[in-house]
Design a binder for this molecule. Structure first.
Ligand code: C2E
Ligand code: MG
Ligand code: MG
Ligand code: MG
Length: 281
């Protein structure tokens, strides 16, 4: 359509589009063969409960080491997979891998990131629930993390999917809270169980009075509405102290744990005192 307009600007735009399309096509082909050739791994980052002093859960984070080019960040290749549609296959790969890595380790819940576009597949909920059943993984041990884009693009679809997962026992989590415009009351009305405070809010928690007040306000509201909060990207003791004072229990960040392969993460969990006795809390 841009080409047929025939204006210089439009043609440039169209050339750029073609180039982008080419990059998407090439990377998608590489991802497709990467899936076959076992280039994808799932790492896990512990989610620490400051009240029980144990890890309550782990977040699955996809890793891709392209051969021969080397590692590429998920913030680069996930958007490409979304554009090409490969995200459907890639997303279910992560889910299956995460479940098989943790099915025999009942002490933690497993949190998996879901792209908004995965919900464009109307079989998505059925697929997830039947994977849980096939692999004998309790729905109560699974959390699905979605971002606000998911609510904004297709609110009706979002509501239906949340309801399906909720009634099956899967917990729904809003990721990257604080980067968009959604209010906590709105999220609660949608049926989310938990929100994750974005790293950008945590970053200047100690240096900025404003950030501290904001986080305290969020914590106050969330506690009042019986929603759980996880703080993301906690890197310093100072941040952890302020978060605990504000009533935040669930902490995720390099201060506690860095993303690592399942075996390493399990070794770290088993070194945490009494981790085996607290359940999924
Ligand atoms: P996210 O879901 O918000 O994940 C948190 C990101 O912050 C991860 O980056 C994690 O490694 C990083 N992080 C955690 N703690 C700290 C910290 O203390 N300091 C710093 N600097 N960073 C920290 P990662 O693994 O690069 O993933 C980036 C994003 O890619 C994720 O953000 C998520 O949106 C997406 N992603 C990763 N895996 C998947 C997946 O399997 N499916 C989908 N759809 N998206 C994924
Ligand atoms: Mg996440
Ligand atoms: Mg996040
Ligand atoms: Mg993110």
């Amino acid at each position: 359509a841009a080409k047929s307009a025939g204006k210089g600007q439009m043609v440039t735009y169209s050339v750029e589009l073609d180039a982008e399309r080419q990059v998407v096509a090439t990377l998608t082909e590489e991802m497709r063969s990467g899936l076959i050739n076992d280039e994808f791994e799932v790492f896990y980052q512990g989610i620490f409960n400051s009240r029980t002093q144990t890890y309550s859960g782990v977040e699955a984070l996809l890793r891709w080491t392209r051969r021969p080019a080397g590692a590429l960040s998920p913030s680069v290749f996930i958007p490409v997979a979304e554009q090409s549609g490969l995200i459907h296959e890639l997303g279910l790969f992560v889910l299956r891998r995460a479940i098989s890595d943790w099915v025999d380790y009942p002490d933690v819940y497993v949190s998996v990131n879901i792209s908004p576009s995965q919900f464009s597949d109307f079989a998505f909920e059925t697929n997830v629930l039947s994977i849980l059943e096939q692999m004998d993984f309790p729905a109560e041990r699974l959390e699905l993390e979605v971002t606000e884009g998911y609510l904004i693009d297709r609110p009706e679809r979002a509501k239906a999917a949340i309801e399906t997962f909720q009634s099956a026992g899967v917990r729904m989590v809003l990721d990257d809270f604080g980067t968009g415009f959604t209010s906590i009351a709105y999220l609660q009305a949608y049926g989310f169980n938990k929100i994750k405070l974005d790293k950008s809010l945590i970053d200047d928690l100690v240096t900025s009075k404003k950030s501290a007040v904001l986080v305290q306000g969020v914590m106050f509201l969330a506690n009042g509405l019986a929603m759980e909060i996880t703080a993301e990207g906690v890197e310093t003791e100072g941040q952890a102290k302020l978060l605990e004072l504000a009533g935040c229990r669930l902490m995720q960040g390099y201060l506690y744990s860095k993303p690592a392969p399942a075996a390493e993460m399990k070794a770290q969990l088993s070194q945490t005192p009494s981790a085996a006795k607290t359940g999924t809390g």
